[in-house]
Design a protein around this ligand. Structure first.
Ligand code: ZN
Length: 642
């Protein structure tokens, strides 16, 4: 048996994706376009130059950007570190060094680093913990430093981060200021830095921030209340995630880090329970989280309207970060299922295919084609419909950049106990695993697949050190009823959803393959979600499909479409073809309320015949992640049935 805690994710260099696959292609676009795009926007808006002004002592006057704009520079740094580690891209490397110089030059003598507060002409440090985001920015600085440590080892940003973390501990330690940040993030950053540098003081500071939260110490923002920043209930007493979705998820992720590193089983169990309740009742079919626009927050249980879904891209990213920590901590396959769903249907949906425009909100239904986007200007953040190059609050583009760059680090885990090695492949893409064992030897395994275009996944053991007993475990997704496994000896057997351990110890040359069912499937939402009752969604493999107005017959509108539930939905391209009825709509009367009496019930429960004006048609459903790529359109995931 493998001892607890021995499970780890692969480093970015231990799984090399083939180019051209679903994620390989996105990583190439991210490297070639998105990183530079983010850099140039922040350069143009003066967000990077804010660091130069602090370094030069010229901080009076108007400062461009929100108070948290430093964090976008740090998230770009994190993306650059991962990308340089993944591909050794020289342009990512030179951008990293140039940015780190400018950031480092802005650090104060005592380790404080922020371009908005604490310098001549600025507000005092920590004068507004509710909204100032200073500790939040530190959290992203720490994560950028950790990305560099994990890919290249210590460098200049390590020193910057260490000095900043020491400053935070001095200012907010047990004998110091009893404060927390309105936007969680520093907890996760400190815990990660503490782990990467083997510095328990940082983990302890993260623990303090988590324990202090939930006692109403932050000054409330009008109309929002303490739940907005999870200051209503202590983390270990909360039953479900609530308030601002990104904040809630970052806090929960930091709590898992602390729980794992301090052996706090109660804290971990509390977050596991919050995750389960949130997934069951407060999460969209896409994996999106947050149904309220007003506070970018979770709604009540079952409050999941498709058209008013907020589903901020960053909340999807934060959800993956939380699920990943819980997957490592518990080995529960459900976390890997949610990571897959969210990566394909929230994170992949955000960037346009050229990597230079992004969705901030990810609604599941668009009633009017998006037209408001400014193609070469800063856009207001919220509404969906058209991807925008940059936002006033531009958290999502840099978050997408750092998250696309690390897809493979979520794909597999390895556990070692003496000569026993268990390699778990949880997410599928073509590529090569070269996992480094404790003694420096490597296990090499090749994965061949066209997933998610196809459901065949072939795993071949290329090399295993002589003394190693290698086991391989594969994930059969929760949706994949009817999966088959072909074992190394050619035997075939059915595989249930969950973890699937390939029988026997595997040797070089052994091949196993999984056949996942990729036919479109119709999914009925829980009847307690009032907003989509009477509708169905169509999914195919890990992809949620949608219907766009550009795929409708001439003259038809999206609200006329009714899916014929008895007719087959067939695979087509990367989507599906569905048989639908284009229903005649009830006549409208200007000035009358849109209320209609039910028609008299037909006898014996027989469905009424379609109206004479109804027409049947076949329509193409496309993956949700690429909706609005063909120009502005209306769109819906949940389709009413006849
Ligand atoms: Zn965001």
């Amino acid at each position: 048996m493998v001892p607890a805690g021995a499970r780890r994710g692969l480093g970015i260099g231990e799984l090399c994706l083939d180019s051209g696959g679903f994620w390989g292609r996105r990583q190439e676009v991210n490297a070639a376009a998105t990183l530079r795009h983010c850099h140039d926007w922040m350069d143009r808006l003066g967000w990077i130059a804010n660091f130069d002004r602090v370094a030069a002592g010229r901080t009076g006057g108007r400062r461009p950007g929100w108070q948290f704009s430093d964090s976008e520079v740090y998230k770009l740094l994190e993306a650059l570190a991962w990308e340089s580690g993944r591909s050794a891209d020289p342009s990512a490397e030179s951008m990293w060094h140039a940015l780190v110089e400018r950031v480092a030059a802005a650090q104060d003598e005592d380790g404080y680093l922020n371009t908005c507060y604490g310098h001549p002409g600025q507000e005092d440090r920590y004068a507004d913990l509710s909204s100032g985001h200073e500790l939040y920015c530190f959290g992203h600085l720490f994560q950028a430093a950790v990305a560099r440590l994990r890919t290249h080892g210590p460098d200049r940003l390590t020193d910057v981060a260490r000095r900043a973390a020491d400053h935070v501990c001095a200012q907010f330690g047990p004998q110091a200021r009893d404060g927390i940040c309105g936007h969680p993030e520093v907890e996760m950053g400190l815990a990660e830095l503490g782990r990467a540098l083997a510095e328990p003081r940082y983990t302890e500071q993260a623990r303090l921030f988590i324990e202090r939260r939930g006692h109403g110490s932050l000054s409330a923002i009008p109309l929002l209340g303490p739940a907005y920043f999870q200051d209503d209930v202590p983390v270990r007493q909360a039953r479900v995630l609530r308030g601002h979705a990104v904040r809630a998820l970052y806090l929960a992720a930091g709590a898992v880090d602390v729980a794992v590193d301090t052996g706090d089983r109660d804290l971990q169990a509390a977050v596991e329970q919050q995750w389960a309740a949130t997934i069951e009742r407060r999460t969209y079919i896409t994996g999106g989280m947050g149904s309220r626009h007003q506070d970018e927050g979770f709604g009540d249980d079952w409050e999941l309207p498709a058209d008013r879904a907020y589903c901020e891209t960053c909340a999807g990213i934060a959800s993956v970060m939380l699920s990943w920590r819980l997957q490592l901590a518990t080995d529960d396959v459900r976390y890997a299922d949610v990571i897959e769903r969210t990566y394909y249907n929230v994170i992949a949906a955000s960037p346009r295919s050229d990597g230079r425009a992004f969705f901030y909100a990810n609604p599941l239904q668009q009633r009017e084609p998006g037209t408001e986007v400014l193609p070469d200007a800063v856009n207001p953040r919220a509404e969906g419909g058209v991807r925008a190059p940059w936002f006033d609050v531009s958290c999502c583009p840099t978050n997408v950049a750092r998250t696309l760059a690390v897809w493979q680090t979520y794909a597999a885990t390895i556990e070692q106990s003496g000569s026993q090695v268990l390699l778990t492949i949880a997410q599928y893409a073509a590529g090569e695993v070269r996992a480094v064992l404790d003694d420096g030897q490597t296990v090499t395994v090749r994965v061949q697949t066209r997933y998610p275009d196809g459901g065949h996944v072939r795993v071949e053991v290329v090399d295993v050190p002589a003394a190693v007993q290698l086991s391989i475990r594969l994930r059969v997704p929760q949706w994949a009823e009817g999966t088959n496994l072909t074992t190394a000896d050619g035997g075939e057997r059915a595989a249930e959803p969950g973890w699937l351990t390939v029988p026997g110890a595997l040797a070089a040359g052994d091949k196993v393959s999984l056949q996942l069912p990729m036919s479109p499937r119709v999914t009925v939402p829980d009847p307690r979600i009032d907003a989509v009752r009477g509708t169905v969604a169509v999914e195919r493999g890990p992809l949620v499909l949608c219907l766009e107005s550009v795929d409708l017959p001439d003259g038809a509108a999206l609200e006329q479409v009714r899916l014929l539930p008895a007719a087959p939905v067939d695979a087509a391209g990367d989507g599906a073809v569905a048989h639908v009825q284009i229903a005649a709509l009830p006549p409208t009367q200007p000035g009358a309320l849109p209320l209609h009496q039910l028609p008299t019930s037909p006898r014996n429960g027989e469905p009424s015949a379609p109206e004479a004006a109804d027409q049947s048609a076949t329509v193409t459903l496309v993956p949700y992640h690429r909706w609005a790529e063909r120009g502005p359109s209306t769109m819906r995931i949940f389709l009413p049935t006849t």
